[in-house]
Design a protein around this ligand. Structure first.
Ligand code: FAD
Length: 358
C-alpha cells in the first residue's frame, strides 16, 4: 500500500497515498468518532515498517493512532471540525505535544500554560514542548497545557496550535536518529489564538489523553511485532548465506535456538496483542495497554539485541541492525517509559492476576 511512494516521500505523502487508497476511511469509518479499526491500523503500520524509515513509521503512528482520534473526539469548534476533515482526507499533518521541558513521565507536573480568560476572549499559550514527532513538518500541534496551577487531573486542556502562528518557534531535535519523523522542540511564546482553537471542554485533557494513549500503545505493539518479525527473518536469511566450516550458520544448534527463542518472544507478543486488542481499542483498558507496552518494549530489546549480535560486523553498516536497535530503544521510552507503564501494572496487580485466572 506504500510501495509506490518515491524514496524521498515523507509522512505527508504517505498519508495522502493512504487516503487516496481509501485506507483512512477503512480505519476511521465514514464519520470519524475517535474510534478506529485496530486490524486496519496494524496492517498500515506493518506496511509502513516494511517501507521505512522508522522515523516515518513514528510520524504515521502518532497521526493515525493518537492525534486524529483525539481530535475526532474533541472537535467541538468549526476549526477543529475542518482540521479533522483535512486530516482524514490525508491533507493535514498533526503533531501531538504532551511532553514538556520537565520530566515527560510526570504529565501532571507540566508547565506549558493556556490562559482561558473570562470565557469569551482569546487564548494565550506559553511554554516549551520537547521531542515532538512531526514538529518540523506538521500543520497543527495538539498541545497539552494547564489552565490552572496544581496537579489535579482537571487542570489541563488541549489546544489546537497552528505551527505557523506568531509566537511559535520550531527547532529540530539534535539527533542523527529518526530520519523522516520531523521530531523537534516547540517554543510557544505568548501564542494568541481565538477560542476556536480549544479542543473539547477545559479540564478534560488528561482523561482524554489516557483514553488515546492506550490505543497508541496498541499501535506501538503492532509496530513492534512487524519490526521484530522483519528483522528476525532478515537475520535468518543472512545466516543461511554465512558458512562456517562449509555449514550455514543458520544450522548451528546454538544459533537455531536463539532464532527460535526470538520467534517465541514475538509469538507471545502477537498473542497478547490479539487477546487484548478489543479491551484496548473498544474499552480503552489502560491496564491492558500498560501490560502490552511493557511486553513490547522488552520483546523489541531482546529480539534486536540477539539479531544484532548474530549479524556480526555487517550489523554496524550504515542503516544496519545496530542503528535500528538504537532507534528501537524508543519502544521503551516514547509514549510512556517502561517504568511508567510498569507502575500502572503494579497499581493494578490484583486485576492483572485475576484476569489470568482459568
Ligand atoms: C523519538 C521520540 C519521539 C517522541 N515523540 C513525542 C511526541 O510526539 N509527543 C510527545 O508529547 N512526546 C514525544 N516524545 C517524548 C516521550 O513521550 C518522552 O520521552 C517520554 O514520555 C519520557 O519522558 P522523558 O524523556 O522526559 O523522560 P523522564 O520522564 O525524564 O524519565 C527519564 C528516565 O527515568 C526513568 N523513569 C521515569 N519515570 C520513572 C518511574 N516512574 N519509575 C522509575 N523510573 C522512571 C526512566 O528510565 C526514564 O527513561 C518522543 C520521544 C522520542 C525519543
Amino acid at each position: 500500500m506504500l510501495v509506490g511512494l518515491p524514496a524521498e516521500a515523507g509522512a505527508r505523502e504517505a498519508l495522502a497515498a493512504l487516503a487516496e487508497a481509501g485506507l483512512l476511511t477503512e480505519l476511521y469509518g465514514e464519520q470519524p468518532t475517535g474510534r478506529l479499526d485496530p486490524l486496519t491500523l496494524r496492517r498500515l503500520l506493518a506496511a509502513a515498517d516494511a517501507r521505512g524509515p522508522q522515523g516515518l513509521v513514528l510520524a504515521l503512528l502518532v497521526q493515525l493512532a493518537t492525534a486524529v482520534p483525539l481530535l475526532a473526539e474533541n472537535a467541538t469548534t468549526p476549526l477543529a471540525e475542518r482540521t479533522l476533515t483535512e486530516a482524514v482526507d490525508g491533507t493535514t499533518l498533526l503533531a501531538l505535544a504532551a511532553t514538556d521541558e520537565a520530566a515527560g513521565s510526570d504529565l501532571a507536573g507540566l508547565s506549558t500554560t493556556v490562559e482561558l480568560g473570562d470565557g469569551s476572549g482569546d487564548l494565550v499559550v506559553d511554554g516549551t514542548k520537547r521531542w515532538v514527532t512531526s514538529a518540523l513538518s506538521a500543520d497543527y500541534a495538539l498541545v497539552l497545557a494547564r489552565h490552572r496551577p496544581g496537579r489535579h487531573f482537571t487542570s489541563f486542556t488541549w489546544v489546537l496550535v497552528p505551527l505557523a502562528a506568531p509566537g511559535v518557534t520550531v527547532e529540530p531535535a539534535d539527533t542523527a536518529m529518526f530520519q523522516g519523523s520531523g521530531v523537534g522542540h516547540l517554543r510557544l511564546s505568548q501564542v494568541t489564538l481565538s477560542r476556536d482553537h480549544l479542543l473539547g471542554r477545559p479540564g478534560r485533557a488528561l482523561a482524554m489523553f489516557a483514553r488515546h494513549i492506550s490505543v497508541e500503545r496498541l499501535a506501538s505493539a503492532a509496530w513492534a511485532i512487524a519490526l521484530c518479525r522483519r528483522v528476525l527473518a532478515d537475520t535468518e536469511r543472512r545466516l543461511r548465506a554465512r558458512l562456517v566450516d562449509e555449514v550455514p550458520l543458520s544450522r548451528s544448534a546454538s544459533v537455531r535456538q536463539r532464532l527460535a527463542e526470538c520467534a517465541v518472544h514475538i509469538s507471545a507478543l502477537h498473542a497478547l496483542w490479539t487477546t487484548s486488542c478489543d479491551a484496548i481499542a473498544t474499552d480503552r483498558d489502560a491496564t491492558a495497554a500498560a501490560v502490552l507496552k511493557a511486553a513490547s518494549g522488552a520483546t523489541v530489546e531482546r529480539v534486536l539485541a540477539t539479531c544484532a549480535q548474530l549479524q556480526g560486523a555487517d550489523g554496524f553498516g550504515r542503516g544496519g541492525v545496530q542503528e535500528l536497535r538504537a532507534e528501537a530503544a524508543v519502544f521503551g521510552i516514547g509514549g510512556g517509559t517502561t517504568e511508567t507503564v510498569l507502575d500502572t501494572v503494579a497499581d493494578r496487580l490484583d486485576a492483572v492476576l485475576n484476569g489470568l485466572a482459568p
